[in-house]
Design a protein around this ligand. Structure first.
Ligand code: 25A
Ligand code: L14
Length: 340
């Protein structure tokens, strides 16, 4: 079968996630005919190489989308609210990385390993949402456990990299580390406190409930993706001085009893998952090893000795790849293959 080539836009192409989307499109040999890169006026005119061709970044306007089939967006929530409907209106389906549309009941929230069929709902509004990075890697690992044993409750703590907040935050960590090593005071701009040599229990803004928005994204998005509002979930999201890849400690209370061997068994055959679990030999998932990889790594699998049906696991994945760009391009591919 000859694959149909599509006209593709990357919106927010100069950002941390946008740049990675270009790499993923190249790696996955995405079937592209016309190609266009969009960003804000700050980046208009900037030249970017893609598949041996040079493209000039254009300023995104509401007229940018006519004649295009798919727009991969990673330009922040407010930009997405402003421009995604114009793209959909012009017949260009949006796959959006921001938090803007995720909880809209008409808009599918998709992780291809978990709920690929939800893509069909793109027809409602011409928009598909890509979940939050911490949620994506967690549901990739939880889905086989959920399907086989059921999940009653999750208690999550995250250890999140700075790359999630974009290029500026990566530079800030580097500059703060340098400042401290030179005996100077670190200057905090992106985060309210220094991130170098620190841990901040603060990601996104705080709600009246005391939870941060990032924590509630994990609660609400997990339920939406697994299509199960009964799962009880509580999370604490923490920023750590890691450049890239998020780590998560997840305590799972299953509905049916599961041994560690059974959990390992279902994880070993799950799509997108790699089990790294030999702690006696210092083998467990690490942020530095996950960097640049599309898989979700799971280890430290053990029985929670404090309750009847409890399992503890440690989940690590590259938040800019599987947590953002890879997942978006995978959704684009599903759209291209099955629907466009
Ligand atoms: O609102 P949210 O959803 O919470 O998202 C907040 C931020 O998270 C990143 C992304 O930052 C976003 O801005 N992000 C989004 N989805 C993500 C996900 N799933 C995610 N991170 C992780 N996982 P980013 O730095 O990676 O990318 C920003 C991109 O968006 C483009 N953009 C901004 N406004 C736009 C726009 N594009 C079109 N129209 C608009 N109105 C932005 O392009 C970039 O590609 P740019 O031209 O504005 O910026 C190019 C370079 O300039 C730096 N920069 C950003 N802001 C400023 C700045 N420089 C000076 N002053 C600024 N105020 C950027 O770092 C970039 O290198
Ligand atoms: O996708 O790490 O909702 O600062 C917003 C916060 C992405 C990560 C989202 C961070 C996130 C981001």
């Amino acid at each position: 079968m000859v694959e149909k080539k599509l006209n593709v836009i990357v919106a927010g192409a100069t950002g941390a996630v946008g740049a990675q989307m270009l790499t993923c499109l190249e790696e996955q040999s995405f079937p592209i005919n016309n190609f266009k890169l969009l960003a804000s006026s700050r980046s208009a005119g900037k030249k970017i190489k893609f598949r041996d061709e040079t493209f000039v970044v254009e300023e995104m306007t509401k007229n940018s989308f006519k004649g295009y089939d798919i727009a991969l967006f990673s330009a922040g929530g407010s930009t997405s609210l402003e421009f995604a409907p114009a793209s959909a209106e012009a017949g260009c389906v949006v796959v959006d990385n921001s938090s803007a549309w995720r909880m809209d009941t008409d808009i599918p929230l998709v992780v291809p390993e978990v709920n690929p069929d939800a893509v069909a709902q793109y027809k409602n509004k011409g928009i598909i949402a890509n979940p939050n990075c911490s949620t994506i890697q967690m549901v990739v690992a939880l889905n086989p456990i959920y399907r086989n044993f059921g999940i009653k409750r999750l208690v999550i703590s995250t250890y999140q990299a700075v790359s999630g907040s974009g290029v500026k935050a990566v530079n800030e960590l580097r500059e703060q580390v340098r400042a401290v090593m030179e005996g100077k005071s670190p200057v905090a701009k992106v985060y309210p406190h220094p991130i170098a040599f620190n841990a901040l229990p603060h990601i996104d803004s705080f709600l009246d409930s005391g939870y941060s928005k990032e924590e509630m994204k994990m609660v609400n998005e997990t339920r939406k993706i697994l299509n199960d509002e009964t799962i009880m979930i509580t999370a604490t999201a923490v920023r750590v001085p890691v450049f890239n890849s998020h780590s998560e400690s997840v305590n799972i209370e299953t509905k049916e009893h599961a041994t560690c061997e059974q959990i390992r068994g279902v994880l070993n055959t799950a799509p997108g998952v790699k089990v790294l679990d030999d702690p006696q030999n210092n083998v467990y998932p690490l942020a530095l090893d996950a960097h640049g990889n599309d898989l979700t790594f799971v280890g430290r699998i053990r029985q929670d000795l404090s309750i009847e049906n409890g399992i503890d696991i440690w989940i690590v994945s590259d938040n800019i790849r599987k947590g953002a760009a890879t997942n978006t391009v995978q959704i684009g591919r599903l759209l291209a293959e099955k629907y466009l």
